[in-house]
Design a binder for this molecule. Structure first.
Ligand SMILES: [Zn+2]
Length: 292
């Protein structure tokens, strides 16, 4: 076991490829190349990023040259300011979301008023969006290792990207898919998410590292797809049957309890279903912030 910040565990998934799992909080990835390191997600506030940097230094003396934001959310990307010498990479939409003043203030307010140890620090984060962005895909070669960055459509946000190591059959999924955990849905695009998950499965990874929770198998990735598909289907059926929002939410919880009741965050399914209901009834271009 590699020594790391208390509460975190570093797991080597392939030679020079690490998952840094943070119990109950946000995970990161570390890929060591020939002359530099790529970090996946900079975490919630600068002090968390500094802990991550310290853990990278325990693994290798090589400099961190790239930071990849899986998506715009504060707990994944608000440590970016601690990497002034690295290139911050993300999706076009990730950058746009991080430049959306209203959205940033909404997240800042949530983080700052949560009463958590990082709340005060969240007030003063300099949100630093990616300076290198792409639309569909980007390819990096680190010490002969192919690292593919892919965007398959909107899902958990408008700009979720996946970091795929095809030779190692490893995938970093951000918050689009967890092993046995309910993702945060209320910034997402529920219908699109099902299609995005379908494309994700076509990569056929053996294992995946989520933004939260443990490292998952391919079967767990299928489960994550099924969760979103079932949520969308249940809400869609409720709308077709003319149910109101509250009924749709309650019935979706009951429909999903048998298969998914043991998942982390299952108590969030009702609010997620009600959000999905509003989204499916709204105009196709309605923004998540209008539907919360
Ligand atoms: Zn997220």
């Amino acid at each position: 076991m590699v020594e790391s910040t208390p509460g975190t565990t570093i797991v080597e998934l392939a030679d020079g490829v690490f998952a840094r799992l943070h119990q109950g909080l946000t995970n990161a990835g570390i890929i060591v190349g020939d002359d530099g390191v790529l970090v996946i997600d900079s975490l919630r506030v600068p002090s968390f990023a500094r802990d991550l940097i310290a853990d990278v230094k325990r693994l290798t003396p090589k400099p961190i040259r790239w930071v990849v934001d899986t998506h715009s959310h504060w707990d994944h990307a608000w440590g970016n300011e601690e990497f002034p010498d690295a290139t911050i990479i993300g999706h076009d939409n990730c950058r746009a979301e991080m430049l959306d003043v209203d959205l940033v203030e909404w997240w800042r307010n949530r983080a700052a008023t949560s009463g958590m140890p990082w709340s005060e620090e969240a007030r003063t984060v300099r949100v630093t969006p990616p300076s290198l962005t792409f639309d569909e895909s980007m390819r990096l070669v680190l010490g002969g290792r192919e690292v593919h960055l892919r965007w398959f459509g909107r899902a958990h946000t408008s700009g979720d990207i996946f970091i795929h190591l095809p030779a190692e059959r490893l995938l970093f999924t951000g918050d689009v898919a967890q092993d046995g955990g309910v993702p945060f849905v209320q910034d997402g695009y529920v219908r699109d998410w099902v299609g995005t998950d379908g494309r994700l499965l076509e990569l056929e990874p053996e294992r995946f590292v989520s933004g939260h929770g443990p490292v998952g198998s391919f079967d767990a990735l299928v489960e994550a797809r099924d969760f979103i598909a079932m949520l969308a289907m249940s809400v869609q059926n409720a709308i077709v049957e003319g149910q109101d929002e509250a009924t749709a939410g309650a019935r979706t919880v009951e429909a999903m309890r048998e298969r998914f009741g043991g998942w982390r965050g299952f108590e969030r399914v009702e609010d997620s279903a009600r959000y999905a209901y509003r989204q499916m009834k709204a105009a196709p271009d309605a923004r998540p912030s209008e539907l919360r």
